[in-house]
Design a protein around this ligand. Structure first.
Ligand SMILES: [Zn+2]
Length: 335
């Protein structure tokens, strides 16, 4: 099944609720600015930082950026080599997809569940879920990428979440795999998940983690004046940059505000040797500097396994947040 709505978008990343001009609060949706309301804690506490597009909530600590577009859709900037991007990301995503599915299976099993992958891109997660017996489908705003996924036999709706979904469609599990951090109006996105989840449903969110080692290192470097790693982590200059950077505390606050209770979390892999070369060169040519960076990351990868992960999975269910468990469940390290 395929349906078409909306303009092209970067595959996999920017599925968005951004068509309307106002968000859940009734305020204009657009790039975050100092003094804006924080979507996680609700305080008017976003403050500017360095570089100038960086913002942080003075109340709960959520990181935001002003890199997003006014309507939550793609920016006309950047030049990614989609072939290298896909080749670079696939080994990492396939490994993490199995961790996400393991976590869901540990809560309620997989076989027979209707699972929606928001921003499904090339359909790798849909494939992985279907192999385990789920009735899996995706929603993807890039018609070209979605069409190729459909040609391969996957069920994908073309368009933005949730407006392009079939009317009345509901799901046992809704997944955001590396997508929520691109969405400007995250509160509306999670509110839509509440409406689309069946009783006993689960919301699975994998995101870059602001408690991660690389994020913290890049933050220190930017304060020292070297902003390159910080810009790369936020995907500044890409068609769909990051507009939020969550950690466990801020994501749980955001989810609680949309009526979700925390269930469990997992650390996910950040780097895989396979695909690393293509990931490094999806937006730049091969150079002595890029070769040095590749060598450094190969060595650093071993060290990173023992340090806080830069990618994490959080699973929620509809219901009141439990104030007695603010620290969350155990977080097994990636294998
Ligand atoms: Zn806040």
């Amino acid at each position: 099944m395929i349906s078409r709505h909306g303009p092209p978008a970067e595959p996999g990343a920017p599925a968005s609720v951004g068509r309307s001009a106002t968000g859940r609060s009734g305020r204009a949706v657009g790039p975050a600015a100092a003094g804006d309301r924080c979507p996680a804690c609700g305080e008017d506490a976003l403050k500017g930082s360095r570089p100038e597009w960086t913002l942080r909530c003075g109340s709960c600590g959520l990181w935001r950026s002003s890199l997003g577009s006014r309507d939550g859709r793609l920016l006309d900037q950047g030049c990614l080599d989609e072939g290298r991007r896909a080749a670079g990301l696939k080994p990492l995503r396939e490994r993490n997809n199995e961790t996400v599915l393991d976590a869901i299976a540990g809560i309620r099993g997989i076989r027979g569940l209707r699972i929606l992958d928001v921003g499904s891109g090339h359909g790798w997660f849909v494939d992985a879920a279907a192999r385990r017996g789920a009735e899996a489908e995706g929603i993807e705003p890039d018609p070209g990428v979605a069409a190729r996924a459909v040609e391969s036999g996957r069920t994908v709706t073309v368009g933005y979440f949730p407006e392009a979904l079939p009317e009345g469609a509901t799901y046992d599990v809704i997944c955001f795999n590396d997508v929520l951090e691109h969405i400007v109006d995250v509160g509306s996105a999670l509110a839509a998940c509440r409406e689309r989840l069946r009783p006993g449903g689960l919301l699975a969110v994998s995101v870059p983690d602001a408690d991660g080692t690389l994020f913290r290192a890049a933050s220190l470097l930017r304060l020292a004046g070297w902003t390159g790693p910080w810009e790369r982590l936020w995907q500044a200059g890409y068609p769909s940059p990051h507009v939020s950077y969550f950690d466990e505390t801020t994501l749980r606050r955001l989810a609680a505000g949309s009526g979700f209770a925390f269930v469990t979390s997992r650390s996910l892999a950040t780097l895989t040797l396979r695909g690393l070369w293509q990931r490094l060169h999806m937006d730049r040519p091969v150079s002595p500097a890029s070769c040095l960076l590749a060598a450094a990351l190969v060595v650093a990868r071993i060290l990173l396994l023992a340090l806080p992960a830069d990618q994490s999975l959080f699973v929620f269910r509809p219901g009141a947040a439990d104030p007695a468990t603010p620290g969350g469940a155990d977080r097994p390290a990636p294998a």
